[in-house]
Ligand binder design. Structure first.
Ligand SMILES: NC(=O)c1ccc[n+]([C@@H]2O[C@H](COP(=O)([O-])OP(=O)(O)OC[C@H]3O[C@@H](n4cnc5c(N)ncnc54)[C@H](OP(=O)(O)O)[C@@H]3O)[C@@H](O)[C@H]2O)c1
Length: 219
């Protein structure tokens, strides 16, 4: 498989990149981001891009891929709804619409979160915005699209969150999180499991478009 990865410098994306580079079934990974991953690997190619709502300048480099793992995303903490919607809905749909037009045979995998509100009408702002994003992604003419809804994600293998407060929580609670990953798969997964599960659904498909934490852990 040839894979495009958005958000490769983030906590989730670093985990997905690691698993892609280790997986012998992945031929190449194209990381599209605003900052470099800092990694060198024979399978890894990177495009540094600065406008995440317009891909016209790099479209020709986005063709010929089997899957897109979209791990670019921000926390809504301290953010207005307008800004969060822009960075979540507008940015994700701009990339996905471009890719679906360029190659409808592609599989698109998006990371949302546990509690995402598919009705788009609930009281929790981030959940409504992610719900609308999921719903509209599922309408695009991809071969398949999968929505990953992890709850907590324990970073493994030295991976760090770009979000300072998230990183502080993960460092402080590391022993508890390891335990939770084992005993409460509904609430906790790992960067390794998320990466492996993305590769698996892109390769083999999955019976449902929305995967919760326990589905991710079972794959
Ligand atoms: N971490 C968790 O426990 C967790 C749990 C459930 C769901 N999620 C979801 O997973 C997704 C990724 O989370 P994460 O923890 O990996 O976040 P993170 O560590 O903060 O990384 C965010 C990624 O998105 C990129 N990004 C952020 N704002 C951008 C912008 N304006 N333009 C271009 N790129 C931008 C960052 O690029 P730079 O390196 O250039 O900043 C980085 O690659 C989010 O949607 C989050 O809601 C995370």
């Amino acid at each position: 498989m040839r894979v495009i990865l958005f958000g490769a410098t983030g906590m989730v994306g670093q985990g997905v990149l690691r698993e892609c580079l280790l997986d012998s079934g992945i031929e190449s990974v194209l990381a599209v981001g605003r900052s470099p991953t800092g990694q060198q690997h024979v399978k890894l190619h990177e495009i540094l891009h600065d406008n995440f709502t317009d891909y016209s300048a790099i479209e020709s480099q986005l063709t010929g891929y089997d899957a897109c793992f979209f791990c670019l995303g921000v926390s809504s903490v301290g953010m207005s709804e307008e800004r969060y919607r822009h960075l979540t809905y507008d940015v994700t749909l701009a990339a996905a619409t471009t890719l679906a037009r360029l190659d409808p045979q592609m599989v698109f995998v998006y990371v949302t979160g546990r509690g995402t509100d598919s009705t788009e009408r609930g009281r929790v702002m981030w959940a409504r915005v992610k719900g609308k994003t999921e719903n509209d992604l599922l309408k695009l003419p991809f071969k398949a699209a999968y929505m990953f809804r992890p709850a907590g994600i324990q970073p493994l293998h030295g991976i760090r969150s770009k979000t300072t407060w998230v990183q502080a929580i993960y460092v402080g609670a590391a022993p508890l999180l390891s335990l939770l990953t084992r005993v409460a798969p509904k609430y906790m997964t790992t960067t390794e499991q998320v990466g492996r599960a993305m590769i698996k659904v892109a390769r083999d498909g999955y019976p449902r478009p929305v995967l919760e934490s326990e589905d991710i852990n079972r794959l």
